[in-house]
Each structure stands twice: as structure tokens, then as C-alpha cells.
Ligand binder design. Structure first.
Ligand code: HEC
Ligand code: HEC
Ligand code: HEC
Ligand code: HEC
Ligand code: HEC
Ligand code: HEC
Length: 288
């Protein structure tokens, strides 16, 4: 692969104590089975597997608690289910056209803006979806129980292609094979995603010298969901190899690929989908 090695000043990005844990494990022996085909540096692998947070139940992956919650006692908090919306709309509809931030807690959603037809109110107007102004339906969004959508999830997911992590749904395959057909815009006429310039059709080689870390990043895989400005320039430099401090650790901490691939899209535990040369692993803590 590219042979690129980007070393971040580690203790700046990560708390140093994280590197003590894997050291102890080297001494005590790894508590999880390591596949025989694995030839990556053991220390590096353990460090990575160790820091990935548990996936949690499939049905709550990507359910975002909205902030700020309404004042105590006035209304229950709002949990936004990504799974139900992303089956109907691309990320770009909300994270570009409707100006929802892709970082939790950044969007100033309020009752007033919803009633004015912004944010949730852009669709929850009584025509596209149940209305924000209907007094009988407040509790469909304001509810104390963040597991309230579990039943609907079970029914929804039954017919979709499965994946190992995240929502337990292979969203890429679901879209490719027509199980879902998310709208790409709220403007009249559902325009197809912008065609990619020739240069970007060829997947980019990312990755480092670590064995099997090689990645082919495909712009094409992403353009059905996103807009260029969802990634450039905020998350990734638009020059190949221009992104600073880009590493697996920072991915796991929710930066770079991890902005989406720890919260909404399939998570970092699914090594094989990004690193075709790797197998997936289970961590010792029984977290998955
Ligand atoms: C119907 C609207 C809608 C759609 C479609 C949508 N999102 Fe979101 N997303 C939101 C809202 C609302 C938030 C919360 C924003 C806030 O708190 O400021 C959010 C938050 C996020 C976050 C931060 C979550 C967290 O827990 O930190 C990520 C990452 C994200 N979205 C990615 C995506 C991706 C990727 C897609 C497409 C697969 C997508 N979203 C589709 C509305 C949407
Ligand atoms: C489509 C989902 C949705 C529905 C339906 C809804 N709300 Fe909200 N509401 C939100 C979101 C999102 C926020 C802002 C984030 C938060 O406060 O958790 C909010 C905020 C509020 C706030 C906090 C104060 C403010 O101005 O931001 C109040 C009060 C409120 N809603 C009242 C209501 C009432 C009353 C109803 C029913 C008539 C209702 N909401 C229906 C999504 C909804
Ligand atoms: C781009 C359009 C769109 C936006 C923006 C949107 N929704 Fe929805 N939402 C829908 C549609 C369509 C449905 C399903 C139709 C219905 O149940 O009336 C739905 C359903 C829901 C449901 C019920 C879950 C389900 O699928 O049964 C909740 C809860 C919800 N939305 C909350 C929110 C909140 C909170 C926001 C704002 C943060 C929001 N929605 C923004 C279109 C949207
Ligand atoms: C999902 C995130 C994502 C989206 C969406 C995205 N890019 Fe990129 N892009 C990347 C990454 C990652 C790189 C590599 C950055 C690096 O190596 O530091 C990159 C690199 C590039 C490069 C440099 C390629 C080279 O070979 O030198 C260009 C040009 C580019 N993107 C343009 C675009 C355009 C135009 C769009 C919209 C059509 C787009 N990107 C959408 C993530 C994205
Ligand atoms: C802005 C959000 C976002 C960012 C940033 C992002 N992705 Fe994705 N990616 C997605 C979404 C959404 C999908 C669709 C599949 C899903 O949701 O699970 C996807 C799909 C993929 C797929 C296709 C999987 C398949 O089975 O077809 C790969 C591989 C992938 N991403 C790798 C990466 C890599 C590597 C990076 C960082 C260089 C990255 N992505 C950054 C949102 C993002
Ligand atoms: C969403 C995509 C994605 C997934 C899933 C993923 N990786 Fe990575 N990984 C990357 C990217 C991108 C890089 C290269 C960063 C760069 O270019 O410097 C990387 C780099 C690495 C490296 C090289 C050292 C380093 O820190 O950069 C190792 C080792 C690695 N990954 C291991 C894993 C393991 C183990 C898993 C599963 C537990 C995994 N990766 C899952 C995207 C991913």
C-alpha cells in the first residue's frame, strides 16, 4: 500500500493512560482469541481493539439524544432515530439542505423554529410526516423512553440485508439492491446524486505501513448518501494525504472516518469492510 506513515503526537490526541492498558495485556496475555491469519503488530492491534466502545443493541445505534433538552418538567427529551429517517432520506437532505449539524448538540433546534417550518418542522408539518403542532402527538417525539422505537425497528429490519455491527443492517447493500430508496433532496424532482469527476472514480489508497492496514477509499460509495461539503474541508483535506493526524486511534475517537463510522454508518468494529485484508475480531470484554 501507499507506505504512508502519519504519526500524531500521541499523548496530545489520546490520554496517555490508554497505552498502559495494552502493555499490561502483553504481560498477562490477551484475553481474546487472535485469528491465526493476523500478522499485524500485536501491540497495535490490541490497542485498537481495546479502545473501541461496545456496539450496544442494534436498535439504538444511531438514536441521537437531542440537546438542549427542554427545561426539566416541561417536556420529555427527544431521541432522534437515524435508522427510520435514513431509510427515507439521504444524509445530505438533513445535513446539508436542512442545516442540521453532523455533530451532536450543535443545532439550535427549538419549538419556535420547528413551528416555522425549519429543522424537524420542515417535514413534520402534517403532510410529509406527523405535525409538530398537533397537541396529541407531542409525545411521539418528546418521550422519556429512548427504547420506544424498538418494536418498529424489529419489524423494519426483518426484510433488510444483515450486517455484524451498528444497526445490524447492511445499509450500503440495502440501497444498492433497492430495499430502500432514500430521497436525495427535498427539492421538486428527486435528482440523482451528482456524477463524480473522472479523477474521483478511482478509489484512493489510504492506510499506513502497518500490515493489512491498506484501504481503498471510494468516493463512489459515499456519493449516494453525502455531498462533497459533508466531508470537505471540515473533516478531510481535499488534497490526498493532506489530512493531518489521520490515524485509526483518532477514527475510534470519532474523528475523520469515525465522525460517521462510530455513530450512524457501520462502526469501526467492522474492520473488514474498510480493510479488506483484515478479519473482524471480538474483544475480550464481551462488549459486542
Ligand atoms: C431526517 C434528518 C436526518 C437524516 C436523514 C440524517 N440525519 Fe444525522 N442527524 C440529524 C439530527 C437532527 C442530528 C442531531 C443534530 C444535533 O444534535 O445538533 C443528527 C446527528 C448526526 C450525527 C451525530 C450523532 C452523534 O450521536 O454524535 C452524525 C454522525 C450523523 N447525524 C450522521 C448522519 C449520516 C451519516 C446520515 C446518513 C446516513 C444522517 N446523519 C442522516 C438528522 C438527520
Ligand atoms: C417531530 C418531533 C417533535 C414533535 C412532534 C414535537 N417536538 Fe417539541 N421539540 C422537538 C425538538 C427536536 C426540540 C429541540 C430539542 C430538544 O429540546 O430536545 C423540541 C423542543 C421543544 C420545547 C423546548 C423549548 C423550545 O422552544 O425549544 C418545547 C417546550 C416543545 N418542544 C414543545 C412541544 C409541544 C408542546 C409539542 C406538541 C404540540 C411538540 N413539542 C412536538 C421535536 C418535536
Ligand atoms: C426530511 C424529512 C424529515 C425530517 C427533517 C424529520 N423527520 Fe421525522 N419523520 C419523517 C417521516 C417521513 C416519518 C414517518 C412518517 C410518519 O410517521 O408520519 C418520520 C417519523 C419520525 C418519528 C417516528 C419514528 C418512526 O419512524 O415511526 C420520530 C420520532 C421522528 N420522525 C422524529 C423527528 C425529529 C425529532 C426530527 C428533527 C430532529 C425529525 N423527525 C425530522 C420525516 C422527517
Ligand atoms: C465521505 C467523505 C468524503 C466525501 C463525501 C467526499 N470526499 Fe473527497 N476525499 C475524502 C478523503 C478521505 C480523501 C483523502 C484525503 C487525504 O488523503 O488526506 C479525499 C480526497 C479528495 C481529493 C483528492 C484526490 C486525489 O487523488 O488527489 C479530491 C479532489 C476530492 N476528495 C474531491 C471531492 C469531491 C469533488 C467530492 C464531492 C463530489 C468529494 N471529494 C466528496 C473524503 C470524502
Ligand atoms: C460524513 C459521513 C461519512 C464519513 C466521514 C465517512 N463515511 Fe464511509 N460511509 C458513510 C455512509 C453513510 C455509508 C453507507 C453505509 C452505512 O451507512 O453503513 C458509508 C459507506 C462506506 C463504505 C462502503 C461499505 C460497503 O459495504 O459498501 C466504506 C468502505 C466506507 N464507508 C469507508 C470509509 C472510510 C475509509 C472513511 C474515512 C476515510 C469514511 N468511510 C468516511 C458515511 C461516511
Ligand atoms: C470506516 C473505516 C475503517 C474501519 C471500519 C477500520 N479502519 Fe483501521 N484505518 C482506517 C483508515 C482510514 C486508516 C488509515 C489512516 C491514515 O491514512 O493514516 C486506518 C488505519 C489502521 C491501522 C494502521 C495504524 C494506524 O493507526 O493508522 C491499523 C492497525 C488499523 N487501521 C486497524 C483496524 C482494526 C483492527 C479495525 C477493526 C477493529 C479497523 N482498523 C477498522 C479506517 C478504518
Amino acid at each position: 500500500m501507499g507506505g504512508r506513515q502519519r504519526e500524531a503526537p500521541r499523548c496530545v490526541i489520546l490520554p496517555c493512560r490508554l497505552f498502559v492498558v495494552p502493555l499490561l495485556l502483553v504481560v498477562l496475555g490477551a484475553p481474546w482469541p487472535v485469528a491465526p491469519v493476523w500478522s499485524m503488530d500485536r501491540y497495535e492491534l490490541m490497542q485498537i481493539l481495546r479502545t473501541i466502545p461496545p456496539n450496544g443493541p442494534f436498535e439504538t445505534y444511531g438514536n441521537t439524544a437531542l440537546r438542549p433538552p427542554p427545561k426539566k418538567g416541561s417536556m420529555d427529551p427527544v431521541y432522534f432515530p437515524h435508522w427510520s429517517h435514513r431509510a427515507r432520506y439521504d444524509c445530505r437532505v438533513c445535513h446539508l439542505e436542512l442545516k442540521f449539524s453532523i455533530y451532536k448538540g450543535e443545532t439550535r433546534i427549538s419549538r419556535r423554529k420547528n413551528l416555522a417550518g425549519k429543522y424537524c418542522g420542515a417535514c413534520h408539518d402534517g403532510k410529509t410526516a406527523f405535525a409538530v403542532k398537533d397537541n396529541a402527538l407531542c409525545s411521539r417525539c418528546h418521550q422519556p423512553d429512548k427504547n420506544a422505537f424498538n418494536q418498529a425497528f424489529a419489524a423494519f429490519t426483518r426484510r433488510l440485508p444483515a450486517a455484524e455491527f451498528g444497526n445490524g443492517i447492511d445499509w450500503a447493500k440495502a440501497a444498492q439492491e433497492g430495499y430502500i430508496d432514500p430521497l436525495h433532496t427535498l427539492q421538486p424532482g428527486n435528482q440523482p446524486p451528482m456524477p463524480l469527476p473522472e479523477k474521483l472514480l478511482k478509489p484512493l489508497e489510504l492506510g499506513t505501513k502497518a500490515p493489512r492496514s491498506g484501504i481503498l477509499f471510494s468516493h463512489q460509495d459515499h456519493m449516494g448518501w453525502l455531498d462533497c461539503s459533508n466531508c470537505h474541508p471540515e473533516i478531510f483535506d481535499i488534497q490526498k494525504e493532506g489530512t493531518q493526524y489521520f490515524s485509526m486511534e483518532s477514527n475510534i475517537y470519532g474523528q475523520f472516518c469515525g465522525v460517521c463510522h462510530m455513530r450512524t454508518a457501520f462502526p469501526m468494529s467492522d474492520c473488514h469492510r474498510c480493510h479488506p485484508g483484515m478479519k473482524n475480531h471480538r474483544t475480550g470484554g464481551g462488549s459486542f
